[in-house]
Design a protein around this ligand. Structure first.
Ligand code: F6P
Length: 519
């Protein structure tokens, strides 16, 4: 496939940017085109998206679609949905989309437009059924009051984000804890309030080798024994592709998944067990159904009305032509507190790459920095910089129409704030004095859910997974490996030994100096 910066579309986009794009004033664009909102917004499963406050117009979108065609976005997508090993540095298929795939009747396999990998799908449903049955027994077990998920990265951020997000659907009488950091303060604080007889530990690790998780799991096991806990098979379960290692660790209740599920894409797998316990089998299946609906939208909708494609292309337009280096994530729902952190791993671990799939250095930027906090809190902290700072930072709002509380006035005020922030970023306000001047024309995307439910959350997550796929495909990178996390892991082992021995031979001056102070 031709590298994106060598395609005719890239050159056409550069020209369009230089002539009109750079100076595009979205306020004027609304004045001259009354259809702008209709043209630049759309519905996708469970999500309405308004892209019209962004610095694009239909001509730019059309060139971006050319770029998608010239970079083979549809072919690459189809290769993923055919189970081809598109994770080329690890020679793995990328099939997290198979996890929410409904159990098909045999004839629907034959009729399916995609190559469904029947053996894998059967295994997926076998494990899903077993995991949901286990979740049900935990839900019915009144003696278990605390569920502690021990995992990190994708084995923490996904389950933690979704359990918090669907708090309104959670079974009463159970508390959910998430321990990820190797910093013992976290586990210590969690264990302080627990009793072994009422606690279920879920050891979540794709590889079952991650040092943080193994260290926390060992300490949890030691605490359990020291507190008089006896029945490990009732109080520990493992969620992993490495069932053998989990058994060797002493855990007999295990739920597996497969190497074709990336850690940051694994919330649909056994890694989702905390959510299954929280919201039950029906809720978890609804969560999967929402994701599947978005997967199907991505797989089948024409590029022009394909929301993940439109968002992914907008990301490329901002990163590579406007030169915007970050995106602020602003969920206006307090249950989506961990949404920014979840997206940070999804996008920055997937697309934070400096070489293409052949290992050749890239001449253009890739993943932006993602950061944010729920609104309205962010408004009283960093929104100052979004409105008046020297850098332009596109904002991605998420708003939810319906509230699940009865407190009077709050929801209208919340919705008024999210609308007003997007409006203020766009319209700005002139003031000759300078300090009170708002430049306006600051871009934002508005994602709107009718309600925050298992279905809509599933769809919202899948939307983000595919949008990251689209920008990664344009950039010609492998969005499914993460070699960049390896060096620090290796060095930490060496430094740990040196902290114990005091040996600083061969270290750089700073590391040696700090190590000496820490001993
Ligand atoms: O260090 C990065 C990483 O490999 C992530 O990609 C992954 O989600 C996380 O570590 C945890 O890995 P595991 O689930 O194998 O413990």
């Amino acid at each position: 496939m031709t590298r994106c910066d060598h395609t005719p579309a890239w050159a056409a986009l550069q020209q369009a940017f230089d002539t009109d794009g750079k100076a595009l004033d979205v306020r004027r664009a609304f004045e001259t085109d009354p259809q702008r909102f209709a043209k630049l917004s759309q519905s996708a499963p469970h999500v309405f998206a308004d892209l019209s406050k962004n610095r694009i117009d239909t001509a730019t979108e059309s060139l971006l679609m050319d770029l998608a065609r010239q970079c083979g976005v549809a072919q690459h997508r189809d290769a993923m949905f055919a189970g081809e090993p598109i994770n080329t540095t690890e020679q793995r298929a990328v099939m997290h989309w198979l996890l929410p795939y409904p159990a098909p009747a045999p004839e629907s396999i034959a009729q399916s437009a995609i190559k469904i990998l029947a053996t894998e799908l059967a295994q997926v449903h076998f494990t899903l059924d077993a995991m949901l049955a286990f979740a049900q027994t935990v839900r019915e077990d009144a003696a278990i009051t605390d569920v502690v998920n021990i995992g990190i990265g994708g084995s923490d951020l996904g389950p933690q984000m979704v359990v918090r997000a669907l708090d309104a659907f959670t079974v009463p009488g159970k508390r959910f804890h998430f321990v990820s950091n190797v910093d013992g303060h976290e586990l210590d604080a969690t264990l302080r309030g627990l009793k072994p007889e009422s606690t279920l530990f879920l050891i979540a690790s794709k590889t079952f080798t991650t040092i943080e998780t193994m260290t926390n799991a060992r300490s949890a096991k030691a605490w359990f024994a020291a507190q008089g806990g006896t029945d490990t098979s009732r109080h520990f379960a493992a969620l992993t592709t490495n069932v053998k290692a989990a058994r060797a660790f002493g855990i007999s209740t295990t739920f597996g998944f497969w190497d074709w599920v990336g850690g940051r894409y694994s919330v649909w797998s056994a890694i989702g067990l905390p959510l299954a316990i929280a919201i039950g089998a029906q809720g978890f299946r609804a969560f999967l159904a929402g994701a599947h609906a978005m997967d199907e939208h991505f797989r089948t909708a024409p590029l022009e009305s394909n929301l993940p494609v439109r968002l992914g292309l907008l990301d490329v337009w901002y990163r590579n032509f406007h030169g915007f280096t970050s995106r602020s994530i602003a969920p206006y729902h307090s249950a989506l507190k961990r949404w920014p952190a979840y997206l940070q791993q999804l996008e920055m671990e997937s697309n934070g790459k400096q070489v293409d799939t052949d290992g050749a250095a890239l001449a253009y930027g890739t993943s932006p920095v993602l950061w944010g906090e729920p609104g309205t809190n962010g408004q009283h902290a960093f929104f100052q910089m979004l409105h008046q700072g020297t850098d332009v930072v596109p904002v991605e709002f998420v708003a939810v129409k319906t509230a699940r509380h009865q407190l009077e006035g709050h929801q209208t005020l919340l919705l008024a704030n999210v609308l007003a922030q997007a409006q203020a970023l766009l319209v700005g306000k002139s003031d000759s004095g300078g300090h009170r001047n708002f430049p306006g024309n600051r871009p934002s995307t508005f994602l709107l859910l009718d309600d925050l439910t298992p279905e809509s959350l599933g769809a919202l997550i899948a939307l983000q997974e595919h949008r990251v796929f689209v920008s990664g495909t344009i950039w010609g990178i492998n969005s499914f490996d993460q070699w960049g996390v390896e060096l620090g892991k290796v060095l930490a082992k060496d430094v740990e030994a040196r902290l114990l021995s005091g040996d600083t031979t061969g270290l750089d001056g700073s590391t040696a100096g700090l190590l000496a102070r820490l001993r």
